[in-house]
Design a protein around this ligand. Sequence first.
Ligand code: GDP
Ligand code: MG
Length: 730
Amino acid sequence: MNEASQNGAPAAPGAILAALAGNPNSGKTTVFNNLTGARQHVGNYPGVTVEKKEGHFRHGGRDVHVIDLPGTYSLTAYTPEEAVARNVIIEERPAVVVDIVDASNLERNLYLTTQLMELEAPLVLVLNMSDVARQRGHAIDVKRLSALFNVRIVETVGHRSEGMDQLKDAILEVAAGAAAFSPAPLHYGDDIERELAALTAVVGREGADTTTCRPRWVALKLLENDEVVRAQASARMSQPQADALMAAVRAARDRLAAKLGDDAEILIADRRYGFISGACQEAVKTTVESRHSTSDRIDMVMTHRVLSIPIFLAMMYAVFKLTFTLGEPPMGWIEALFGWLGGVVAGGWAPGSESLLKSLLVDGIIGGVGGVIVFLPNILLLFLAIAILEDSGYMARAAFIMDRFMHQLGLHGKSFIPLLIGFGCTVPAIMATRTLETRRDRLITMLVAPLISCGARLPIYALIIPAFFPAAWHARMLWIIYLIGIGLAVVCARLLGRTLFRGESTPFVMELPPYRWPTLKGIAIHMWERGQLYLRKAGTIILGVSVIMWALATFPRKQTFEHDHEAQVAAVAVLVLDDAEKGRRVAEIEQARQAEELAYTIAGRIGHALEPVLAPLGFDWRIGTGLIGAFAAKEVFVAQMGIVFALGEAGQDSTALREKLRANYTPLQAFCIMLFCLVSAPCMATIAVTRRESNSWKWALFQLGGLTALAYVLTLIVFQVGCLLGLGAR
Ligand code: GDP
Ligand code: MG
């Protein structure tokens, strides 16, 4: 296309090159005439019968050379006009692309804008026909739209020459590289982005020419099946290279089609419309007609100002209800399976015999890992529900609905999704913060995410609540604990936003993609991608920690006891006549011996060492040892309490353990345990993933230290005030 510019009016040396793009009938030629007056030249693009108009103007001491590109709705290469417009932008690299949109028909016109953003062209967005828009009652919040697209916007009325000076100013500003605006490519959602990233790497590696356009753009076009880009890319590489690239493209398209149930170009277009639709919902009152009328009709209800909230709450309730109701039977099966496995392994030893290996296998490994796998059905079901909500498009609406509330926290509506996932497990929640656009929002969300009570804390509550509170209060207590977590997350997010992360939450568009039926394969894969993280945690961290915790609670082994255990048992055998009473007494002696053993072990000693620190919170050394386990993984606390109270294989619903707890602690202490477990140091997996996603130890350690300190102070206050109020009594 280089020879083309020689056809046109010669640009003065040092002139700024500006290209006018826009849909047909957006008023492009009118604006072009306003800008250049009579100083224009009409020719043809070489080889095609597409008219080429060029002209120039002077403004602010600079010469600006203007090209009026053919009017197009898109930048595919299906029509000669589109190909010409695209090639001028790619090959002549104008210093400014002026995108003229018909403001009275904003949604449709902005589609081209999203494609110009993908080319990472320096952009000025002209809202022409703003008179018509006003007449039709569309109030456009220009400042907001400008912030959402991160682009300079000028409002004009072409046939009345209104706004031309502002447009000229804007052209000079953007040409000078006004850093405030840099339109960026859209985010196409994890699945497409992953394929894009892989293809971008192949494009770079296989040596497609990327001197004129970025590899990401080439990859995107290939994914969209753009024949021109494909031909150009192949022409610049050897046959085997081209074959490798095309094979990669085909595989990526196939994967996306299988997962999301549609062709890549349709999915990509949907994301663009979703982006535009979301932006217009936010920046324009009285939205214009849109391509997706069915989605719009659903949205009339789903994002209705009043109805949306109860619908949303009902959806969330349904998700939790389903998760727990459907999760119950498989939980029972898994418990039974691990119980059976423990029995089989224990069967390898003579009954009653003491063996370190048996204890390691049965109490340490099978008990520890089993206690975690039990929650897999719950977690998978929650992720299944979330995958359905995401793939159908409802999750985007949920974020939209929650946006106003999230803004109160200084966060964006999109932060809501990671926090919601946090009810399942904090690890995938923190990974989901990747979808947030700014580092500020990502970090705040990551840091407060552990306060959303995850599935692993549930066994702790399930153990403690029935032990200390009347049945009528069970559900209510659980609610209160969850609400405390949510409330603290809110307060902490606000605090962080006002202190460490001062500044406005940069606005970005919340896409409203069209609703679509999720595919079975898609939701299965999405559920599995997250569930697998939990399983891996059970398989690695928790396995390792179970062994370590077992060792800490086993060694060093006490050899001599204060009381002669066997003599006591013998005495009971002689003195007590009633058989039931005899059994009970023997068991008590046995437990006392085990507790004495435990106190002697490393875990017991750490617990004792921690006691002075923990005593003001109402915790004794036994809770201290449990809390050490809870840091490894929250659910370990329960297993740990079982060991501490010498109940070996005590599970979360063990009535014996509950009786022990009731005998040893008050309801106030019980509440403090739950509070501390809720707020304190998130589990190791969370710290590790925070470190990875924030790419800094600083924030991981800040999360660890901050939350632990917060837990300490809160629990201290609750316990001390509770005691003053006389709640400390048994
Ligand atoms: P193009 O196809 O994008 O080149 O559009 P034109 O420049 O040929 O304009 C199409 C029609 O819209 C013409 O009749 C213009 O007079 C009219 N027009 C251009 N700008 C405006 C505007 O801001 N407001 C109104 N009401 N009409 C406009
Ligand atoms: Mg025209």
